[in-house]
Design a protein. Structure first.
Length: 298
């Protein structure tokens, strides 16, 4: 181990001058004592030659230096991280396209489940509402915080959860087909499915009202002309807007017309089912050369 012995004077001298950092001139004669050992250690070309004398070698360089050649312990071929700078440059092969198709099917299923709840719950709410109205008119001790109200309030929560879930699923379909960033990927997906640019899914306005509800409240607070706010209601939106003002009516569902409203913006529930059905047919159409995703993605 001749090379190990040659390094020992360097290590010892470095410890002696620890308080003096790397300034060899601080110890008289230190340079001449160390130079011979350094020259002996430098018989083999070192990757550290161009480094500062005080620089601490990496594990890779130290292992290579001691071995005289790339060591199994040294990570000779260092891995390099590569990040995609522009997502539009991702190649859309058949397998990757099927991955996106599979996620479209998932979101269609979620939207359909939520849509079924939106259709069923208002019927129960209407029945319970009539019962509660009758109790309120005939029971002098009735209050909206009483126990008979709890099932009704629970149904209201479930209904608006279904609305929010449906809008979120529709927005996910929209982002898959009309992505804000990877536009080329969206173009290729729409072309492969035959989806026009004016598709039902090319809008996320109503979903944005729910997603950015805090911003809508900020806007309302700055421009409000009244101190009342109507939210999470089920009923005739026209009469509500006439009584309280359009800007003061946030989330409302009109079951007779099948319309969601938010500060005057409307969303027709009746358009959701045919749009989902049409997309399912397009996804089910056979395509030449397409692979099959793993069961976890189906």
């Amino acid at each position: 181990m001749m090379f190990r012995g040659a390094l020992q004077p360097i290590v010892t001298r470095a410890e002696d001058r620890a308080t003096q950092r790397c300034d060899l001139s601080a110890v008289p004669g230190a340079e001449s004592e160390v130079r011979a050992a350094v020259q002996h250690a430098a018989v083999r070309p070192s990757s550290l030659r161009n480094r500062h004398q005080c620089a601490k070698p990496s594990r890779h360089d130290a292992a290579t230096l001691l071995a005289g050649s790339p060591s199994p312990l040294a990570n000779a071929s260092r891995s390099k991280f590569q990040f995609t700078v522009n997502q539009d440059k991702v190649q859309m092969d058949n397998w990757l396209r099927d991955v996106f198709y599979s996620e479209l099917r998932n979101q269609i299923t979620f939207a359909e489940l939520a849509l079924s709840e939106i259709r069923l719950i208002p019927q129960t709410i209407k029945t319970d509402g009539e019962r509660i109205r009758h109790s309120a008119m005939n029971d002098p001790n009735f209050s909206f915080g009483s126990r008979p109200m709890l099932p009704f309030l629970r149904l209201m929560d479930q209904f608006w959860l279904a609305v929010q879930s449906m809008l979120a699923a529709l927005a996910n379909i929209s982002k898959l087909l009309f992505p804000p960033d990877s536009k080329q990927r969206g173009i290729e997906l729409r072309q492969s499915l035959g989806i026009p640019d004016d598709s039902f899914f090319n809008s996320r306005r109503m979903r944005n009202n729910y997603e950015h509800f805090d911003e809508r409240i900020d806007t309302w607070a700055k421009t409000r002309k009244a101190k009342h706010l109507v939210d999470r209601t089920i009923g005739d939106h026209a009469s509500l807007q006439q009584e309280f003002g359009i800007d003061n009516c946030l989330r409302n569902y009109d079951p007779d017309r099948g319309i969601l409203t938010f500060c005057g913006e409307t969303f027709e529930i009746a358009l959701v089912e045919p749009a989902l059905h049409d997309l399912k047919l397009k996804l089910a159409a056979p395509r030449k050369g397409h692979g099959t995703c793993s069961s976890a993605l189906q």
